[in-house]
Design a protein around this ligand. Structure first.
Ligand code: PMP
Length: 398
């Protein structure tokens, strides 16, 4: 045990609500051999571009000019060619934007941190889906927001509260934690509400490329920038990342927004870590330019197979009275237990039985909904998914 009495009273007030979660501690146990974990949203490492990455990095470092560049400090905005690649990719999706609308970040997570810091004053309202991404709650939390629900995925509205609205935060495609996708109508309603009540919309989209089925829906940025002619006239800030389509260890993500906001964000980037790792940016760009769509297709096929394995196992193993969704992409599925049951209370028993999940309460800003859990199917094999769901079924039957 470390003695923390020296430091505790010296912590800044913004640390008052920041705590390590018990769940994280429990899920650490879930990494033990013999436990099948549906806990973390962890990409399947057999999809990583390991050999191509080795070849690419070697190639960069073998060229004296490229090598010197890769190992040097860089501009805070990010590598110009990578910013161009992001702008081109979005333009192909119907978003008119320029490299100057793009900031390269150390993962999308850093974008969330920056947005919290530049947009939230203590007591400001942040509108979110209910439940929402825990990492966003952690990033925004130290700035002291008051969270308010955007009413359900498909019935956005009724968000009026007394405070200044900092922004709305949504994961429209295959959300973490629910796996749900906002309908086209819900996207339109959110943008109309943002216009009527004059707030910024933060669209976090790390999973969008991982669609297994169903109609591809336009991003909020595409809808808003499309209606206004250019990203510079849009109220949407869009976050993307290589984490789920190449590798999360690279820590390369991006933010796309109107230039004046990007300029402020660049100042945050400079103060935070000067620039995203340059070698990683250069290597990620080369991999993205050579066969990214093939890699994405392989990931889609793999995760679709795992989702199907989980859905099939749930059908046979779950007792009456449980509900779950059928995600159209991504890595997560949301399980709802009968009213009155507490998923967190079940977790120690589940771990004992050799299966782990994340209790849903962690994803609610006020932790008030307890009869739900997030199941991630991205990491375990299909055989382990079937086995793990059987184990979970036995725990739920009591
Ligand atoms: N947003 C969401 C919704 C996520 O699920 C994650 C990763 N768990 C992130 C952002 C952070 O991604 P990155 O690795 O790009 O920082």
């Amino acid at each position: 045990m470390t003695d923390f009495t020296l430091f505790q009273p010296r912590l800044a007030s913004r640390m008052s609500g920041v705590q390590a979660s018990e769940i994280r501690e429990l899920l650490r146990v879930a990494d033990a051999p013999g436990v099948i974990s549906f806990g973390g949203g962890i990409p399947d490492p057999s999809l990583f571009p390991t050999a191509d990455m080795a070849a690419t990095v070697t190639e960069i470092l073998a060229d004296p000019a490229q090598g010197a560049r890769a190992l040097q400090y860089s501009v805070s905005e990010g590598e110009p060619e990578l910013r161009q690649w992001v702008a081109d990719r979005l333009t192909a999706q119907g978003v008119t934007c320029a490299p100057e609308n793009v900031l390269i970040t150390s993962g999308a997570q850093q974008g969330l941190d920056f947005l919290g810091r530049i947009l939230i004053d203590r007591g400001d309202e942040v509108l979110t889906e209910w439940p929402t991404y825990l990492g966003a709650l952690q990033a925004f939390g130290p700035n002291g927001p008051v969270y308010r629900p955007l009413e359900g995925h498909n019935a956005m509205g009724a968000t009026t509260g007394p405070g200044r609205k900092a922004f709305a935060y949504v994961v429209p495609d295959f959300a973490n934690p629910t796996g749900a996708t906002m309908t086209r109508a819900a996207r339109d309603r959110l943008l109309a509400l943002a216009e009527a009540e004059d707030f910024i919309v933060v669209e976090d989209n790390p999973y969008g490329a991982l669609r297994f089925e169903g109609e591809v829906l336009p991003s909020l940025l595409a809808l808003d920038a499309g209606a206004r002619g250019h990203v510079d006239a849009s109220r949407v800030v869009h976050l993307g990342s290589f984490s789920k389509i190449l590798s999360p260890g690279l820590r390369v993500g991006w933010m796309v927004a109107a230039k004046p906001l990007i300029k402020k964000l660049v100042l945050m980037k400079q103060a935070s870590d000067l620039n995203a790792p340059r070698l990683n940016q250069m290597a990620a760009l080369r991999l993205a330019q050579a066969g990214l769509d093939t890699r994405i297709a392989r990931a889609v096929e793999r995760y679709r197979g795992k989702r199907d394995a989980m859905l099939a196992a749930l059908e046979t193993a779950m007792p009456e009275g449980l509900r779950w969704n059928r995600p159209e992409g991504g890595m997560f599925l949301w399980l709802t237990l009968p009213e009155g049951m507490d998923a967190a209370a079940l977790l120690p028993k589940a771990i004992e039985a050799g299966v782990a999940f994340v209790p849903g309460a962690a994803f609610y800003p006020n932790r008030d909904v307890r009869n739900c859990m997030r199941l991630s199917y991205s990491l375990p094999s299909e055989a382990d998914i079937a086995d793990g769901i059987q184990r979970l079924g036995r725990v739920l039957r009591g």
